[in-house]
Design a protein around this ligand. Structure first.
Ligand SMILES: Nc1ncnc2c1ncn2[C@@H]1O[C@H](COP(=O)(O)OP(=O)(O)OP(=O)(O)O)[C@@H](O)[C@H]1O
Length: 248
């Protein structure tokens, strides 16, 4: 379970202060998919970077399964699988080697890593690319490799930054099925998107972020009711206050 309380993050750009995240609180329970939805520049990536301990908040707290992620980042990371916005896979290694490397960094033995790769290769439908060098991989193939790598140590909590970004229809469908599988396995899944239909179709709870703040949070039905609108798309536009950047 991931809990964030009153997260703030500002960046100094020349003499100006950019307030990227302005008091975001959220709770993502186990066995549920929680979606962060918001237009470009809303603060989704910055929020996630703080959740997965890459970035220290200016203020606020994050706990991962009850562990204070700011005070104990290494312990928190052991419980986290992360697909960062920059996928960052090693191009001189094969997909399998990329995944194995992370398994070793996580202190796993070779037999456990091998078995885990078998499971992930099936779930992610990536058996055909496992032993190819990742140089030249398509965007979808890179994303699959990065997700398998993120999950090699079987983390209970999974944070994915725009996992379907740039994927074709079939690969997007496979990715959605994979997210639902993680939910069935009881994991806590958080993913970000600016595609309203995707978030509505997959998420148990949606957190709408704009201008670094949580504008609304709830189930798709609750958000419809909150906006007083049966059409989810219109509800989102109303809650965010602009249509800009919402669509793919
Ligand atoms: N390292 C940084 N230095 C300066 N400004 C930053 C930095 N990181 C993010 N920002 C700013 O913070 C704001 C939020 O950015 P963020 O990447 O979190 O948004 P996002 O919701 O993920 O957007 P997108 O959907 O476009 O990826 C933006 O105005 C961005 O320019």
């Amino acid at each position: 379970m991931i809990i964030a309380n009153d997260l703030h993050k500002s960046f100094k750009v020349k003499k100006e202060l950019v307030n990227a995240v302005n008091g975001v609180s959220l709770e993502a329970p186990d066995g549920q998919i929680t979606g962060l939805l918001g237009p470009n520049g809303a603060g989704k990536t910055t929020t996630m970077r703080m959740l997965y301990t890459l970035m220290r908040p200016t203020s606020g707290t994050v706990t991962i399964d009850g562990i204070d992620a700011i005070a104990n980042p290494i312990e928190a990371r052991e419980r986290l699988g992360v697909l960062p916005d920059a996928r960052g896979i090693y191009k001189r290694l094969t997909a399998r080697e990329n995944i194995e490397y992370y398994g070793r960094l996580n202190g796993m033995n070779d037999a456990t890593i091998r078995a885990r790769i078998e499971t992930l290769a099936d779930s992610l439908e990536m058996r055909d690319i496992l032993d190819r060098r990742t140089e030249g991989f398509s965007q979808g193939q890179r994303t699959k490799t990065a997700i398998a790598r993120a999950l090699v140590h079987d983390p209970r909590n999974v944070i994915l930054d725009e996992p379907t970004n740039g994927l074709d229809v079939m690969t997007t469908r496979a990715m959605r099925e994979f997210l639902m599988q993680m939910r069935r396995e009881g994991r806590c899944v958080i993913f970000s998107s600016h595609i309203m239909q995707e978030v509505a179709a997959l998420c148990d709870r949606i957190i709408i972020i704009a201008k670094g703040r949580v504008m609304a949070a709830g189930t798709p039905d609750e958000l419809r009711a909150l906006a007083g609108n049966d059409n989810l798309e219109d509800a989102f536009v109303k809650l965010i206050g602009t249509e800009e950047g919402l669509h793919a």
